[in-house]
Design a binder for this molecule. Sequence first.
Ligand SMILES: Nc1nc2c(ncn2[C@@H]2O[C@H](COP(=O)(O)OP(=O)(O)OP(=O)(O)O)[C@@H](O)[C@H]2O)c(=O)[nH]1
Ligand SMILES: [Mg+2]
Length: 460
Amino acid sequence: MYVQDTIVAPATAPGQGAVAIVRLSGVRALTILDSLWRPLRAGTKPEPRRMVLGEVIDPATRAILDRAIAVRMPGPRTFTGEDVAELHCHGGTYLVRRILGAAMAVGARMAEPGEFTRRAFLNGRIDLTEAEAIADLVAARGEGALRLALDQMTGLLGEKITKLRGQLISIRAHLEAEIDFADEDIDLPGRGEIASSVESLAEDVAVLHQSFVAGRIAREGARAVILGKPNAGKSSVLNLLLGIERSIVTAVPGTTRDVIEDSIQLGPLTLVLQDTAGVRESTDEVESIGIARTFRSLAEAELVLAVFDASRPLDPDDALVIERCHGRSGVALLNKCDLPPVIRPDDLRGAGLAMPIVPFSARRGDGLESLRTEIVRLAEEIAAPGVAAGVAISRERHRAALGRALQALAAARESLKAAMPPEIVAVDIGAAADALGEITGEIHSEDVLDVIFREFCIGK
Ligand SMILES: Nc1nc2c(ncn2[C@@H]2O[C@H](COP(=O)(O)OP(=O)(O)OP(=O)(O)O)[C@@H](O)[C@H]2O)c(=O)[nH]1
Ligand SMILES: [Mg+2]
């Protein structure tokens, strides 16, 4: 059976390195270690959780494969909750493969992606939010992502969800008591009291639901799309922000045809910049496809960096850009301000642009600091609901489950208002509790686990 297997995998990244760690977990982990490795000082019985130097031996030929440190960690107080053994060997690609082969020859099975963490979850060592946080921690590219993953890994999100779920379960218990003891004279919380608890719980769930944008920005970065008519200087702005010549810049309008993406760090903020094809009415097939892509990026971005050419009069293409900026969060750059000005900020405002405007020169670098400051301010503004929640959700899976919980709570509120029988209300409260349980994994299916752990690498 699945959990009875002993699994093995390298815990370190593939490739050459000073040290590689081969990890075993399962009922036979320690026995398999004993047939693969022996301490240098023969006859000593290595103590648990002590690093002991010894030799790795090929169980088939008894040939020495490496000199390596072994650590024995008997369960259940291990990462996976099972017996775990680690071999810290030399970090050679062939050597590691050879040791893995030797372990498999004596009964271990190669681990699936994320299987160590999956076992940790199945054995109750961590909840699902903590498991996800481990993947996020490894993938973190900046301080924001790191902090978020750490908060989640130390159980901040899991505890919050568990607490909310506990409150829902207790409300349901009261409602069920109302059903069971309808004829008896016992003291139960009144409908008014239950309604106000549901009200305040729904509010807490809503705040957590809104923290998604903040969480996603911390985890994946804020996406900023650079928008403007052809030749406004979008690619120049991208290159200036990145500090490298990433995008092609020419005097020919319509140079950029595809979305060019790269990211920078602004303090703790990871900013994912997207340079796009200039927006204009076009009959050219390739350019039109490029412009369609621009609009797709725009739809997914949190921020818009709208670029205008200050050295030319506003035209219908600029009007198209201004129209697309409507209701969006972002900054307008009045670019090429090193040239004699033809338009000024007031002209943009007069044309209906509501964003803050920064006079800019991608050529000279004027306005760069103001732009950076403005972007950070805007990203903080967007992330504010997450800060209010104290902890942010970062995954679509969490957002969807909280959305289902909110729906169920809305239904419960309606039923309470309409003085429906307690069993009807109890069903909705139960559904909300279940939705929260899916986030931490108290309620889970194998399919959900497969999706979550598929993104892990082998050995984690
Ligand atoms: N004087 C001046 N020229 C600039 C500035 N920014 C860009 N340019 C010039 O404007 C032209 C167009 O620049 P790009 O960055 O390619 O413009 P774009 O908006 O990406 O253009 P498309 O990709 O065609 O949509 C190039 O000749 C740049 O050198 C600036 O701040 N000042
Ligand atoms: Mg361009």
